[in-house]
Design a binder for this molecule. Structure first.
Ligand code: LMR
Length: 393
């Protein structure tokens, strides 16, 4: 019998499981294909101005012009990426340096989360990752793909539009020492509901007493109450706990979405050991991160005038979002909690049918779980949005 006849006539890949398309990213295509003039894109989390545009920030444009003119080489930087970028961004995130923190550049916040997940999996393969419900839909897959078990704890009570802190603390009594608690640094995605300073302190004490590692995802610094205000709780926690992991994204606060700019820091007494492992893992995952966006952030943060202009433009973006929040909240008592929440998102108490109807009947696009991107609204579009929404609230 010929070898060829023994070979199964099946595709090598035939055993793969069919994967559903990503619901959030799918909305981008659906919205583009919709020809209705009054359509409203409240889907993917990108900042939008009054004209619905997601502009390149002024300081970013200026830094890009400098790069184009002055960049003398595109030779490799190494697995750590742009070291000066990491140093300057640490100053933005933590306010002050610490020799117990070690950081590397990553491809976006997702790259930072994945690198952190791999580091944990290599260190404690049986650590359970505790995530609040609901959270960014990509959190669980990132940790699961690194081989880590994921458990959810109560976080947001949709009916009351607020954090169920008691329920959360009760659920976390099931954690074991060495487990990991994933926290949103600010501007919670998808709810916009952030912990109070006192709740952060209680979580810090819980991490200490139960031996949990806090893993903080900081993806919206500057879009809640300000650059320092948004990081304050995270900074205090990191100061008070022995070890922590921080994943950072520059997608939103530098508007560099597609450039994939992020960083991962670990706080530990074992910085040299941790750093060596981060670099080895990064090398096997992506070898070296992309340069352009990080070089732009470095140029912006290294130049006082550009840095001030970036911070001013970010202030304006935040002010726009908070104005829209206040206006939306004032339209209907059931939307009132939105004014006290922060960042780009709010989670509306809508089932999948209502989300579908709003898209089909009114051209209103939002994530399947009822999350809206507040920045996608304008003062002019709010009345029609609320009128479409009201029957479903
Ligand atoms: C979002 O939540 O809309 C953004 O973070 C984009 C993404 O990657 O999901």
């Amino acid at each position: 019998m010929l070898m060829r006849e023994l070979v199964e006539e099946r595709s090598f890949f035939g055993d793969l499981t069919v994967q559903p398309a990503d619901g959030l990213l799918g909305l981008i295509g659906l919205y583009r294909a919709d020809e209705r003039p009054g359509k409203l894109d409240l889907g993917v989390g990108v900042f939008r101005d009054d004209l619905g545009a997601t502009p390149v920030m002024r300081a970013v444009k200026a830094a890009e012009a400098t790069l184009l003119r002055d960049q003398a080489t595109k030779s490799y930087l190494g697995a750590e990426g742009d070291a000066r970028f990491v140093e300057l961004l640490a100053d933005v995130a933590f306010g002050a340096g610490s020799d117990r923190l070690t950081g590397v550049q990553t491809p976006g916040g997702t790259g930072a989360l994945r690198l952190g997940a791999e580091l944990i999996a290599h260190s404690r393969h049986d650590a359970t990752i505790w995530i609040g419900a609901p959270t960014w839909p990509n959190h669980a897959p990132i940790f699961r793909e690194a081989g880590l078990p994921v458990q959810t704890h109560r976080f947001f009570d949709v009916a009351n539009a607020g954090i169920d802190f008691e329920g959360m603390m009760e659920d976390l009594e099931r954690t074991r020492p060495g487990d990991v608690l994933l926290l949103h640094g600010c501007c919670h995605n998808p709810t916009g509901a952030d912990f109070t300073a006192e709740q952060w302190r209680q979580i810090g004490r819980l991490c200490e007493s139960r031996g949990l590692l806090p893993f903080i995802d900081l993806a919206y610094q500057g879009l809640g109450d300000g650059l320092d205000a948004d990081a304050a709780a995270m900074r205090e926690m990191v100061r008070d706990v022995p070890e922590a992991v921080i994943a950072y994204s520059c997608d939103k606060n530098f508007g560099l979405y597609r450039e994939r700019v992020g960083a991962l820091w670990v706080q530990s007494d074992e910085t040299a050991l941790v750093r060596g492992n981060m670099l080895a893992l990064a090398r096997s995952l992506w070898s070296m991160p992309p340069d352009h966006g990080a070089a732009v952030v470095r140029l912006v943060l290294d130049d006082p005038a550009l840095r001030a202009d970036w911070a001013a433009e970010l202030d304006g973006m935040r002010a726009r979002i908070n104005r829209l929040r206040a206006a939306l909240a004032a339209c209907d008592p059931r939307l009132a909690p939105i004014s006290g929440q922060r960042g780009m998102f709010a989670l509306l108490p809508l089932g999948p049918d209502a989300v579908d109807r709003l898209r089909r009947d009114h051209g209103i696009y939002m994530a399947g779980n009822g999350r809206i991107n507040i920045a996608g609204l304008t003062m002019d579009s709010i009345p029609a949005f609320v009128a479409g929404l009201a029957p479903y609230l």
